[in-house]
Write a protein that binds this ligand. Sequence first.
Ligand SMILES: Cc1cc2nc3c(=O)[nH]c(=O)nc-3n(C[C@H](O)[C@H](O)[C@H](O)COP(=O)(O)OP(=O)(O)OC[C@H]3O[C@@H](n4cnc5c(N)ncnc54)[C@H](O)[C@@H]3O)c2cc1C
Length: 376
Amino acid sequence: MTLIDVAIIGGGASGTTTAFHLASKSKKVCILEKNIFSPEKICGGGMSAAVQNWFPFKLLPIVHEVITNVEFSWCNTDKVVAELSGSSPFWIVKREKLDSFLLDQALNSGCNLLTTFNVVDVKKKSNVWHITALDGRQIESRAVVIADGSQSPWPKTFNLGPNQQKFASTFSGRIKRRGNLGNETARFEFGLVKNGFAWAFPLNNEVNIGMGTFLDNNNSLPVNEILKSFLPDLGFDPSEVIGHEKKLRIWNGHCKLNGEGILLVGDAASLCDPFLAEGLRPALMSGFEAAKSLIYWLDGEVNCLDAYTKTMQINWGNSMAWGKRISQVFYRFPKVGYQLGVKRPTAPKRIAQILSGEMSYEDIAKRVIKRLLFQN
Ligand SMILES: Cc1cc2nc3c(=O)[nH]c(=O)nc-3n(C[C@H](O)[C@H](O)[C@H](O)COP(=O)(O)OP(=O)(O)OC[C@H]3O[C@@H](n4cnc5c(N)ncnc54)[C@H](O)[C@@H]3O)c2cc1C
């Protein structure tokens, strides 16, 4: 069996990004993916245009809609609209298209792909990783990247990731017409979902509908009840949406994302925003940063993988620490949060700036603290 440089478990957004960057630097990489790629992936597909920074090719051709307005509501009333400036757009993509586009880029750069490779065992012997599939196939590699999403068992096995994993309960589905959702408009509804929110994102002639509840690992979503209240306001009948529920692993504290020759990326690394469920930007960011560290490590710089954990903490975790605090206060007292937070004249713009990647929760928190100090 030939020894490859890096085996990547999972061919989603984070795995394909890692694979592209490694393969484009001539590293021997293989993506191990348990599925043959699915026609529709469970995801809202809302994504900051800032992700373009991590790729040398244009992502715009696979963007379905560029959002210029973000509309917020409380039980379908009390609406506020924020305009996004041209400098900070927010994109809506179909996840299956994004993932297969990134996969193609990785394959074109020389990466290999094994599908129906359901990883059931990961072991390290004499500095070589042995990765085994359910059907008995085996791959040997110098390093392994864990990119198999929210249900990944490997962070716990290797004592990585947060001490306690936290999950949001989510639902997402599509409707094959547009309803009355405005052009280039994304809608966020905060009053209908306990400890969370519902959304409607436009996709040309379709709409993605979703919801998430964030505070309790065991919270279940009364999906049908929420759809019944939310969809008529958008001009839809609740029976029109076909969707699925999923437990989404969210950020829950600073933690180690690497060991010797092993890195966690994307949802497996618990990077998803605990307030707005933004997981694509950190998935792509972590893929880019993981590849950067691995390239040095494969070339012999042995301490480089620790730099990955550190960089993700600075560039993402510090903001998420504030996102978690905001989430805990806002979703416990959402009515007050909506009135005092979202309805503040500057708030919709700030939320839009978070979604677009122009501002972090940390920036917002520092502004609020400064304002409070100044007032006192
Ligand atoms: C309902 C919902 C809506 C969302 N909406 C948004 C949004 O609008 N914007 C946003 O930014 N984020 C959103 N997210 C979050 C976003 O989808 C995730 O953060 C993102 O998918 C993470 O990508 P990933 O590559 O880490 O994991 P995934 O996309 O889950 O990819 C993991 C891959 O690993 C494979 N795999 C799993 N197990 C194995 C195994 N044993 N062996 C081999 N392969 C395996 C899977 O088949 C899959 O292809 C949403 C999430 C949900 C659930």
